[in-house]
Design a binder for this molecule. Structure first.
Ligand code: A2P
Length: 333
């Protein structure tokens, strides 16, 4: 059954990827509406050899729309998603606006697809770093309950949207030309540098991105006891986030068993070629949907055999945002 689809934030980094992924996956679209801010109204965007004109998002944009894919920031979602739902659309939202609200499903299709059925008009797409961690950790958790995760991220600039990518490119050019480096979006120079994720730091000393990884994982896994501590860092990489993940299991676990489980896990690809020193990298994670996993090894800092270390890389615009949302929309159909 083909449906009427609206994309909110169609001119953004994730919005553009929505279009690529809808086309790649042959999503059954009857009509397509591309929405963005007034700044973009009138711009044209091609989708499957047809040209569409971007319209300004208003409360009346959703007449006859069945699925609305939102990626225009939390404030836009809060303001306009209720209008979409009122008009009869199901909203799949990429912002954090509704993620932690009771009664709103927060879904990684490889983990908790059953939650989709409980939606009352809005389904939330998790944070990109959360998705990239959850895809490989969940199949392990199914076999040997994960008690604790300690994760450090290496997050690409495009996680901050199209402007983040532009800022890295501009700073690279300025650096190469020996010109002064301008900062507009990020609080610090990103070329030749890295810095703590620039979201607000809360009373516990963790920034918002770090707390999203904690709270969202608990909700998605349906496990309020799992202990998680995260350190989120922005790195001068255009695309694809990496994460170093230390896992404490309930029972002893071996690297071979982890490899065996992950070799059959949906959404995961093992890249663990020790002889060649070839492990997950942003360049190889970019432009595809699998979370690459490698550097799988025993945590030698403990003597009970319950610790595993691994390193992952995932395209945060695809699996960390657009692909995950389109997978949810496919399940809705
Ligand atoms: P616009 O391009 O007109 O600003 P990114 O995450 O890459 O920065 O993209 C954000 C997306 O959200 C863009 O498509 C942007 O449109 C859209 N957007 C931002 N604010 C609004 C708004 N108030 N109403 C509608 N769309 C918005």
């Amino acid at each position: 059954m083909a449906v009427n689809v609206a994309i909110v934030g169609a001119t953004g980094a994730v919005g553009q990827e929505f279009l690529n992924i809808l086309a790649e996956r042959n999503f059954p679209i009857k009509t397509l509406k591309l929405l963005a801010s007034a700044r973009s109204a009138g711009k044209t965007i091609d989708y499957r050899s047809q040209t569409y004109t971007v319209e300004e998002l208003t409360h009346d944009s959703f007449k006859d729309i069945q699925i609305a894919l939102f990626s225009a920031g939390g404030a836009t979602t809060k303001e306009f998603a209720p209008s979409a739902v009122k008009a009869g659309a199901v909203v799949v939202d990429n912002s954090s606006a509704y993620r932690m609200k009771d009664g709103i499903p927060l879904v990684v299709p490889e983990v908790n697809p059953e939650a989709i059925k409980k939606h009352v008009g809005i389904i939330a797409n998790p944070n990109c770093s959360t998705i990239i961690m959850n895809v490989p950790v969940w199949p392990l958790h199914q076999v040997n309950r994960v008690r604790r995760l300690v994760v450090s991220t290496y997050q690409a600039v495009s996680g901050a949207g199209a402007w983040g990518l532009y800022e890295l490119e501009q700073q690279m050019k300025s650096h190469a030309a020996g010109e002064p480096i301008k900062k507009e979006l990020f609080p610090h120079q990103i070329v030749n540098n890295l810095f703590s994720h620039n979201t607000t730091i809360g009373p516990e000393g963790y920034n918002e991105e770090e707390m999203k990884m904690v709270k969202e994982t608990r909700k998605i896994f349906g496990d309020s006891k799992i202990m998680i501590a995260a350190t989120c860092v922005r790195v001068p990489i255009p695309r694809a986030h990496c994460e170093s993940i230390n896992i404490e299991f309930s029972q002893p676990m071996t690297p071979d068993r982890v490899r065996q489980i992950l070799s059959k896990a949906p959404g995961v690809k093992l890249v663990d070629r020790i002889e060649e020193n070839h492990f997950p990298m942003p360049l190889e994670a970019s432009g595809q949907d699998l979370v690459l996993v490698g550097r799988i090894r025993q945590d030698i800092s403990r003597d009970d055999g319950r610790g595993i270390e691994m390193f992952v890389a995932g395209d945060q615009i695809r699996k960390g945002a657009a692909t995950n949302a389109v997978q949810i929309a496919e399940k809705l159909l």
